[in-house]
Design a protein around this ligand. Sequence first.
Ligand SMILES: Nc1ncnc2c1ncn2[C@@H]1O[C@H](COP(=O)(O)OP(=O)(O)OP(=O)(O)O)[C@@H](O)[C@H]1O
Ligand SMILES: Nc1ccn([C@@H]2O[C@H](COP(=O)(O)O)[C@@H](O)[C@H]2O)c(=O)n1
Length: 419
Amino acid sequence: MSRRTMALLSQWTSRVFSVDMDGETVYFKIHDTQTGKGGKEVLRMFGNIQKGASCYSLLVSSGEKIHSARFHWKLKDKLSTALPPQCRFSPMCSFLPGVRDSLVHGYFLQAPSSDSSATTERLLRQWLRLDDPLLVCSYLHEENTPRWIQHLWNTEQNHGIVPSEAPESHPATLNLINSDVFYSFQAARDVLQKCADIIPEAASVLELLPCDGDMEARSKPDFPIIVLEGLDATGKTTLTESLRDALGATLLRSPPPCLSPWRARFDQEPPILRRAFYALGNYITAQQIYSQTSKTPVIIDRFWHSTAAYAIATAVNGPVCDLPAEGSELYRWPSDLLQPSVVFLLTLDPEERKRRLKDRGQGETKEEHELDLNQVFRLRVEEAYKRISGPTCISVDASSSAEQVLRQVLLLIKAKRYL
Ligand SMILES: Nc1ncnc2c1ncn2[C@@H]1O[C@H](COP(=O)(O)OP(=O)(O)OP(=O)(O)O)[C@@H](O)[C@H]1O
Ligand SMILES: Nc1ccn([C@@H]2O[C@H](COP(=O)(O)O)[C@@H](O)[C@H]2O)c(=O)n1
């Protein structure tokens, strides 16, 4: 048993477990006796479970972050293909309230019939024997009582389960730093260095990175550095191109085009690798900005706001009120990353954004449906954008014509003396 697994087991009774099921999150903990009474919430969750179904939880307990993240990521595919088709699985996690980096991820499984449950059990026992970094539990309903028992396979221990209050901040925030958001060049580079032997493309990205000496603070730029941010189809490309022409500026983007050959590869990886890749893209773009800013104004299509806001809004998967509170250290600007003179955040009414996506030839039928489902995600991204600290961020209503939006932004640039 690994040290990490032993540590997890030694805190088992202090841990809170959460399961995301049917759009709701249910929190429960275990009771140090075997007879914890299942309260209403736990019963509601288990009550939704089909009568006669067997339930299991799988938590990934590996000590090494990247290994653990990739294992958890691939486990989803493994579950989709190996489990009997009638089985359902939902995201779950376990954490120590208020303890940084204590979050472990996993899945909650339901096997609706005795056949599917037998196959599931056989499979899970095989996986455990393979020395996979898994903690496996099954949940048993005591007949004619409201009590549920959690049976931990790894130690053959039984505990009653009881409901737990939702934590003060979303559990994902416990592990955000250096797993979803990287606040220094070195922290993001470390991740790519550690995975270079398993992902050869990481070595190619590492070769493009600036040297440590190049990261040191530079003198104040001669010309303004203007970043355009916003959700997809809010008009960033259109506006950055017209600003470039209007100001005689240099147009850059993050991630920079030199990373394009590897972007799709990292987009397939779990957040720790994907986010480290995008974080590093900002540092490469920063180098390009440094080499231009003594010659012309620089316009940038997406920068740090996109990296941090999307990462936070993806990890924290509840309503907007679940985001880290305004002023949280999680919204800070990395101290070693160039700060632009100003950031313009393009905002757009969701209907108009959908219309523009449609006109662009996207967002029909299935995609359109997904966008609708993702409405809460979009609200979280927009709110996270606004909470990021560092350079001045000005929201711009981008619903008028392209010419009017350009005029509005040019006026702001002049009025605020960025030029
Ligand atoms: N102000 C505007 N009024 C109407 N249509 C616009 C306006 N600005 C851009 N568009 C159109 O909306 C679509 C999306 O614009 P654009 O590609 O500039 O957005 P974007 O933010 O760069 O998107 P993405 O992030 O997905 O690349 C394009 O078809 C563009 O021509
Ligand atoms: N600086 C950046 C830029 C982008 N991202 C991520 O890419 C996605 C949006 O990019 P589009 O090219 O589709 O507009 C989004 O999922 C961001 O997570 C980033 O992280 N950092």
